[in-house]
Design a protein around this ligand. Structure first.
Ligand code: G3P
Length: 217
């Protein structure tokens, strides 16, 4: 299972990268705005800065909602750095753009996916990744993890190569359940990754080992 961090915060990206288990980064316009990154030039520079920190894939989202605009923007994003994955919204114009990018060797991440039908369209268009937003489904009393299970089943039925990227992950249990279901990738905040290390018995055990060592030295 690949671990992506879902942020545009360079310090958090550096911290996750330093753990040695980070496989990539996802961003979106809201995450960029949260870091105060505004204006086309600054945003493009920020993507390059992120690529220079991590080894893996970095999703960069198009803002256009029409095919021609998405293609123009996506090609510009893809030229920024070999690690860039063009993030395209799940709308029909987006499906056309994903197909175009797939035919031209540009990798994509189909975002804002909330149903199995949308995931099928993304796979048929040749998306590299599909991003079902599980936390936002949970927010409206709908089982986000169930969507991951359903997409896994359908993709396995037809051997679709699109990777299931569980997005809008909010906490450690989302990560663990996604791993059990067989999501290919998860993207979440730094806390959803570092939280996996926490266990009170580990802390108690370590404290005792260190205390016992001190007794004998
Ligand atoms: O990057 C898209 C997705 O992960 C957003 O998450 O927490 O805003 O629902 P969230």
């Amino acid at each position: 299972m690949k671990f992506f961090i879902d942020t545009a915060n360079l310090d958090q990206i550096k911290e996750a990268q330093s753990l040695g288990i980070l496989d990539g980064v996802t961003t979106n316009p809201s995450l960029m705005a949260k870091e105060g990154i505004t204006g086309r030039e600054n945003i493009l520079k920020h993507y390059v800065d992120i690529c220079n920190i991590v080894d893996g894939d970095v999703s960069a989202e198009v803002i256009s909602t029409d095919f021609e605009g998405m293609v123009k923007e996506g090609e510009e994003l893809a030229e920024l750095h070999p690690q860039i994955i063009v993030k395209v919204p799940m709308i029909l114009e987006g499906i056309k753009a994903i197909k175009h990018f797939a035919d031209n060797g540009i990798k994509t991440n189909c975002t804002l996916v909330f149903s199995v039908g949308q995931a099928i369209l993304a796979a048929k268009a040749g998306a590299t990744y599909v991003s079902p937003f599980i936390g936002r489904l949970d927010d409206i009393s709908t089982d986000g993890l169930n969507l991951i299970s359903e997409i896994r089943e359908v993709y396995d039925n037809y051997n679709f190569q699109t990777e299931i990227l569980a997005a809008s992950v909010r906490h450690t249990m989302h990560v663990i359940e996604c791993a059990k279901i067989g999501a290919d990738v998860m993207t979440g905040p730094l806390s959803s990754i570092t939280g996996l290390a926490k266990h009170p018995l580990t802390d108690i055990g370590l404290e005792k080992f260190l205390a016992d060592y001190k007794k004998g030295n």
